[in-house]
Each structure stands twice: as structure tokens, then as C-alpha cells.
Design a protein around this ligand. Structure first.
Ligand code: AMP
Length: 395
């Protein structure tokens, strides 16, 4: 068990709180979805109520190690003013004289938001010097950024070695919930995998085959598996360099008696575009000129049947191009079925979470993970540097 903020005394201390405020902004810098901020409020409020001086550090977008106004955390600081009943200050640098001066003037129960930590290339390089400059700003380090826990960056990894540390409420809940569900999953235990990037998720599918009773594969990643079986996939998305691994996974699953469900029919089009006309293809093979963009009705039926009987469910990735209305039915039906089965369900990945929200069933999901990549790594038993580096609770 990791040490949490409940286990430490923060009264009067400068607390460097690493959060994931990587929120979407529109062209005029307005936050279009503040859920990552809202979810972080309990940790911030708790620290403030215990008399901490809270210094918030986060990344936003991919500024590639350069200051870039488009990715400034200033709109986030302004948003926090509406949520917290305390003084919120902002430093236009993450480290250096301005940040140091603002930290020195920070009082108990106040918040300072530091500018985007990815404005410095040293962050992603996990520079020890950069980490030590961050550490100089604080007495205690708290990590609540589960979404970046799989990354070994200065503000998620090395800084934790330089300060007494603890995990925040969000991080603690993610680790405890996911590990406890996976330790003793109730069976049938099924995984639903979708989305576009099969290369990112092959390891996970491989490890899920060792744990689950069935793995349902939809979305763009299904076509590499179908191609591995010799099915004609037309012009659908596919990663040829993953074919061998996909074949091995299918063989291993067959040997272990683990069901792998792949699409048996499809919703296709000639192009991938918002107004593309949907064509139902009733066979597993897809004609040469078409692209598979959603799972078809018979696949939905088969997937829903598995979901209905499951006692533990892991879901990551949409079943089709759900951003386009003609190709969202598969994702919708899967979301509704997962929600209806009130079992231990863990949903991760930005798109699956959007789907859960769009279809209004978020409150029916056992655990919505804020970290897509991090939760997949945790599920597949890989180490998360940002978690491993944090101190354990004293017995
Ligand atoms: P990922 O980040 O790997 O979870 O992929 C999410 C993306 O996969 C979404 O933007 C979907 O539109 C996309 N996607 C899902 N199914 C397909 C498909 N059949 N062809 C192309 N893209 C897809």
C-alpha cells in the first residue's frame, strides 16, 4: 500500500501537487471539458483544509519542451477560482525566480498554479537537475496524476526521490481499485478492447488472454486480428508489422480455451469522413473497396451476450469511429450493456470515457479510470514508474 495524504502532516508545509490537468481547450482558450479538474478537487480541498500551501504542477498538451501560450495553464488557474474558496495565484514559469518568489509568499490555505511543466524539455528527459529545482519549491511531494504514472518524467518520477512523498486521493483510488479487481476477479472475467492503435495494445491483449475468460476485440484494432486469420479486410485500418503477434495471441488463446470474439459483420463505407454513407456488410470478409468503421448488428449481439454474463469487465477503446454518428452504434450498444450489467466494470481510455458520458451511463460504471495508458499497463502487470517510486505506507 502506498502512503497517502491522510498519512502525512501537511500543516504549514509547501506541498508540490502533481496533477493531470491536461484538459481540452477550444481555440479561444476556454476549457471544453473540466472533468479532470473537478475530479482533483477533493485532494486539493483536503490539503487546504489541513493548512497546506498547495503548489500545483501539471502538463497540458504536447508543447514539445517550448513555452507555447496555446498550452498555458492560466485558463486552468482561472477555472479553479470558481471552484475553490481561497486565493489562487499563478506563476508564468514552472521553476526559477518568479516561481520561487510566489512560493515564498504563499500562505497556508492558498494555491499557486505553476505554468505547464512540459514547457521545459528537461521534464520529459527526466532531468535530475530540473527535478531538484522543482523539489526546492516544496517540503512534500504529492502525486495525484495517475494519467502520467506510466511516464518517467522529472515531475512524475525523479522529484519523488528528492522529497517526502504521498499519493493523492485520485491516484490512491486508481491503484487500489484496479489492483484489487484484478487480484481476485469474479468470473466470467471479460475484456473489451477497441480503438485504433493495435501496436499500443497488443501487450495488453496478450496479458489479458492469460487472465480473462473472453476477450472481445472491436474498433480499428480488430482488422489486424482478422487479417491474421486470413479474413479479407478491404481497405480497413491495419498494422502489418503486428500480424505475427496477433497470430500468436490467437493461437495462445485457442490453446488456453480463452474465447477471442472478433467482428463477424461490419458497418463500412468507402471513405473515413463525417458524412460517409454507412453500408452494412453481413459477412466477416469486407469487399476490397470498403473500410470497416463499426461493428455490425450480429457482432453487437454476440458481444452483448458475453457482456451480459460477465462478472468482471475491463473496457478500453471504442468499437468504431464513434465520433461520426453513422458509426457509433457498436460503441453505444457496448456502453449500454456494460452499464446494465452492474458488475465490477473498469472503463479506461479517453474515447471510451467520452462514449460512457455521451450515452449517459457514467454513474453505472464501477470504476472509470482517468489514465488510459497507465491503466492498461497496470492491467497487464507492467510497472508504473510514477507509482513504484512513491513511498509505501509504514506498517
Ligand atoms: P485509441 O486511441 O487507440 O483508443 O483509438 C481511438 C480512435 O479509434 C477513435 O478516434 C476512433 O475513431 C478510432 N477508431 C475506432 N474504430 C475505428 C475503425 N474501425 N477505423 C478507424 N478508426 C477507428
Amino acid at each position: 500500500m502506498k502512503r497517502t495524504i491522510r498519512d502525512i502532516d501537511v500543516k504549514g508545509k509547501r506541498v508540490l501537487l502533481r496533477v493531470d490537468f491536461n484538459v481540452p481547450l477550444d481555440d479561444s482558450g476556454v476549457i471544453t471539458d473540466a472533468s479532470r479538474i473537478v475530479k482533483e478537487l477533493p485532494t486539493i480541498k483536503y490539503l487546504l483544509s489541513k493548512g497546506a500551501k498547495v503548489i500545483i504542477c501539471s502538463h497540458l498538451g504536447r508543447p514539445k519542451g517550448q513555452p507555447n501560450e496555446k498550452y498555458s495553464l492560466l485558463p486552468v488557474a482561472k477555472y479553479l477560482v470558481q471552484c475553490l474558496n481561497c486565493k489562487i495565484k499563478f506563476s508564468s514559469t514552472t521553476i526559477g525566480p518568479e516561481a520561487t518568489e510566489k512560493v515564498n509568499n504563499l500562505q497556508e490555505g492558498e494555491v499557486l498554479v505553476l505554468e505547464n511543466v512540459r514547457f521545459y524539455k528537461e521534464e520529459e528527459e527526466d532531468s535530475l537537475l530540473f527535478a531538484s529545482k522543482l523539489a526546492e519549491l516544496a517540503d512534500i511531494y504529492v502525486n495525484d496524476a495517475f494519467g502520467t504514472a506510466h511516464r518517467k518524467h522529472a515531475s512524475t518520477y525523479s522529484v519523488a526521490k528528492l522529497l517526502p512523498n504521498a499519493v493523492g486521493f485520485l491516484m490512491g483510488k486508481e491503484i487500489n481499485t484496479i489492483t484489487s479487481v484484478l487480484e481476485k476477479p469474479e468470473h466470467p472475467f471479460i475484456a473489451i478492447m477497441g480503438g485504433a492503435k493495435v501496436s499500443d495494445k497488443l501487450n495488453v491483449v496478450h496479458s489479458l488472454v492469460k487472465k480473462c475468460d473472453a476477450v472481445l476485440i472491436g474498433g480499428g484494432m480488430a482488422y489486424t486480428f482478422l487479417a491474421a486469420k486470413g479474413v479479407n479486410i478491404g481497405n480497413s485500418l491495419y498494422e502489418p508489422e503486428c500480424l505475427d503477434d496477433a497470430r500468436k495471441i490467437l493461437e495462445e488463446a485457442a490453446q488456453k480455451g480463452v474465447k477471442i470474439l472478433l467482428p463477424i459483420d461490419h458497418i463500412c463505407s468507402t471513405v473515413l469522413s463525417p458524412n460517409a454513407i454507412a453500408r452494412k456488410i453481413k459477412t466477416q470478409d469486407i469487399p476490397d473497396n470498403l473500410v470497416g468503421l463499426d461493428i455490425g448488428p450480429n457482432t453487437i449481439k454476440a458481444f452483448v451476450q458475453e457482456i451480459k454474463n460477465a462478472r468482471t469487465i475491463i473496457w478500453n477503446g471504442p468499437m468504431g469511429v464513434f465520433e461520426f454518428k453513422n458509426f457509433r452504434n457498436g460503441t453505444k450498444k457496448v456502453a449500454l450493456a456494460v452499464a446494465k450489467n452492474q458488475c465490477k466494470s473498469i472503463v479506461g481510455g479517453g474515447d471510451s470515457i467520452s462514449a460512457i458520458n455521451i450515452f449517459g451511463v457514467a454513474d453505472k460504471i464501477y470504476h472509470i479510470s482517468t489514465g488510459g495508458g497507465a491503466s492498461l499497463k497496470l492491467i497487464s502487470g507492467e510497472n508504473l514508474p510514477g507509482v513504484d517510486v512513491m513511498s509505501d505506507k509504514e506498517e
